[in-house]
Design a protein around this ligand. Structure first.
Ligand SMILES: Cc1ncc(COP(=O)(O)O)c(C=O)c1O
Length: 376
């Protein structure tokens, strides 16, 4: 983020939030389904807090609480996979998974160039080598796999939803390609779980790909649990990470309160699609309104709406105009995104009201009037 503005929030988030004493419309939160302040999710957190306190003070490889086991089972059922391992964050899940699976010098990780920083960190921690393919370019991936030998373990790793683009990885093509290379496919679906795919089960559901794919993800975005991550997939591979993953063994578990919140959130979104429907209606309303403003938007099927400013200074100016009008957004420029692709990343939530969305569109229209050549 290029913006030095660093306000203090009061109270709960609900589409808007109090920042430094001023009510702002929040367009930069990962709380896509508005679950972070949902009473049923908070009740799940409180129940777990009452049952287990703040935790056992033990690493998760030694003892797991009842609520952690419940969450692992609930998520395995929700995703339709054999096994789930819980972490204190998705960053830890990525590091543990990549470091464990590529732990010999002969192993290879092949990684999309736009992958999340924690995937990059996992690659750096692995003893195997890392090869980076051009974003979303399967030809480039094949080139990077040219010198693999069958004795090597290979891992292809990708974000399921790329956080700066909002685009979904082409898992329908990546899965068979990884299988042909004899590689494990690891998909970080932090921005996909809960919001992408017909019922919100993520990018794997979006593409209808095989359940054998390994998935990592966070409980701190659409699931509204505040903290926590997971690895989901075939039991044999998940077990490897459980027995050797340094970021699983040598660190604390996600807090029971977050696990309780996540259990409640999964049950809620499994049994009731209304938040997902509201989110999709909100995204459609915002995109429709923004088309009138002339700003260029990147197309994708989810709640991330990148508004392309292209120029770093313009991105900063527009974010400042929006802020003056009570809209909180984040401007991103190089090196977070490639040069010449500065943008404001809008994240829509089911918690946004029509008023929030219309006020945001009006503010973007006002910013467009102050940037006369913004259509170029
Ligand atoms: C794609 C992706 N992976 C992993 C993470 C990290 O998630 P967590 O906050 O659970 O470590 C994020 C969050 O920024 C993300 O966007």
């Amino acid at each position: 983020m290029t913006d030095a503005y660093w306000p203090t929030a009061e109270g709960r988030l609900s589409g808007g939030v109090d920042l430094d004493g001023r009510e702002m419309i929040m367009l930069s939160s990962n709380d896509y389904l508005g679950l972070a302040g949902d009473e049923r999710v908070l009740a799940g957190a409180r129940r777990a807090l009452d049952a287990h306190g703040t935790g056992l003070g033990l690493n998760p490889s030694i003892v797991l609480t009842r609520v952690h086991r419940e969450l692992a089972d609930e998520l395995a059922g929700y995703l339709g996979c054999e096994s789930v391992l819980l972490f204190n964050s998705c960053a830890a899940a990525n590091c543990a998974t990549l470091q464990t699976l590529a732990d010999t010098p002969g192993s290879t990780i092949i990684s999309d160039e736009y992958n999340h920083a924690s995937i990059v960190d996992g690659c750096r921690l692995a003893r195997g080598r890392t090869k980076v393919y051009r974003h979303d370019d399967l030809g480039s991936l094949e080139e990077q796999s040219a010198d693999l030998t069958s004795a090597d373990r290979t891992i292809v790793v990708t974000d399921g939803v790329f956080s700066m683009e909002g685009s979904v990885a082409r898992l329908d093509e990546l899965q068979p390609l990884a299988a042909r290379l004899g590689a494990d496919l690891v998909v970080d679906d932090s921005h996909g779980i809960g919001v992408i795919g017909a019922t919100g089960r993520g990018s794997v559901e979006h593409h209808g790909t095989a359940a054998a794919t390994l998935r990592t993800g966070t409980f701190a975005k659409a699931l509204g649990a505040g903290l926590g991550g997971f690895l989901a997939g075939p039991a044999a591979v998940v077990d490897e990470v459980r027995s050797r993953g340094r970021f699983f063994i040598f660190t604390s578990p996600m807090p029971p309160a977050s696990a309780g919140a996540a259990v409640a959130a999964i049950r809620l979104i499994r049994d009731d699609q209304s938040r997902l429907e509201r989110l999709r209606a909100n995204v459609a309303r915002f995109r429709r309104g923004m088309q009138e403003t002339g700003w260029e938007l990147l197309d994708n099927p989810g709640p991330i709406v990148p508004v392309m400013l292209r120029d770093d200074e313009r991105a900063r100016r527009v974010a400042a105009v929006l802020r003056d009008r009570g809209i909180f957004t984040a401007a991103f420029s190089y090196p977070v995104v490639p040069r010449g692709t500065a943008r404001i990343r809008v994240q829509i939530s089911a918690a946004h009201t029509d008023h929030h969305l219309d006020a945001a569109i009006d503010a973007f229209a006002e910013a467009a009037r102050l940037e006369p050549d913004h259509r170029s």
